[in-house]
Design a protein around this ligand. Structure first.
Ligand code: NI
Length: 268
């Protein structure tokens, strides 16, 4: 069955994400066992700023489903650009899509990425669920490793392709926790590792958003020449604060997201 509606797309993405990464579903179920309701704050995607498969390409199904562009973000050090989108129904997850700025890398990386994108059938990018169809190219482990030296983000894209990079628990909606620190303690107590780059909690009440994340699950990936265990996806936690105007802050904070990106680094 072709996926043509937003509810079906969201369902497919959650099924694929939890099938590939054991960690998020285990944590999700731990929250349910406590009697908490889990609301999804946002889903994040990655791509390249290539004309064929950039942020705007991945945003299409969401824009067609009522989402609206809100704000953009620059990550100078990681050479990334991102946009976030919101749905008029505030229960729906926000969508955060980033792209790697290829022109800021050397010819080797640009050529390697071009080799990958060349394998993407042009018409496939117009499919409603392209953003969750996984990796549309063959890539060797050698290329993966070479990319990783220059950009962990590029390597992650090469290995995993188009799929949610993470889902995010909206901490405010968890009734049995007072704040994100209590959530982090609970996650660690249950044996999961948190990303502590830049401190476990990124952001602050002053910027109206605090975030934390697990370290990505390591999964076996079939490369064109061999199979290797590499970092896949992680689970994120977000606590939002009221702005002076009395509304909950709905945006993102670039300096925090910058560190969250490192949740998929192999070196950690
Ligand atoms: Ni996120």
């Amino acid at each position: 069955m072709a996926i043509t509606t937003l509810p079906d797309l969201l369902d497919k993405m959650w099924q694929d994400y939890t099938a590939m990464n054991p960690q998020p579903l285990k944590i999700y179920n731990l929250f349910l066992e406590r009697g908490d309701q889990v609301q999804n704050d946002h889903i994040a995607f990655r791509t390249f700023n290539h004309p064929k498969v950039n942020v705007d390409t991945l945003a299409q199904p969401f824009l067609q489903s009522g989402y609206e562009y809100q704000q953009d973000y620059h990550f100078v050090e990681k050479k990334l650009y991102a946009k976030h989108f919101e749905h008029p129904d505030t229960q729906m997850p926000k969508i955060f899509i980033s792209e790697l700025k290829l022109e800021e890398f050397d010819d080797d990386l640009q050529n390697a990425i071009q080799q990958l994108v060349n394998q993407v059938p042009e018409e496939s990018t117009q499919q409603f669920d392209f953003c969750s169809n996984g990796r549309p190219w063959e890539v060797s482990y050698d290329i993966y490793e070479k990319l990783r030296v220059k950009s962990e983000y590029a390597a992650w894209m090469a290995a995993h392709g188009y799929r949610p990079n993470h889902f995010t628990v909206f901490v405010n909606a968890l009734n049995s926790f007072n704040d994100i620190r209590e959530v982090n303690e609970f996650i660690k107590l249950n044996g999961f590792k948190m990303n502590d780059s830049g401190g476990e909690v990124k952001g602050s009440k002053e910027v109206f958003l605090e975030q934390s994340s697990t370290l990505a699950d390591t999964v076996e990936v079939d490369f064109s020449d061999s199979t290797h265990a590499v970092p896949a996806c992680y689970y994120e936690f977000a606590q939002r604060y009221l702005k002076p105007d009395g509304n909950l802050y709905q945006g993102f904070v670039a300096t925090s997201a910058d560190k969250i990106f490192e949740s998929t680094n192999k070196s950690q």
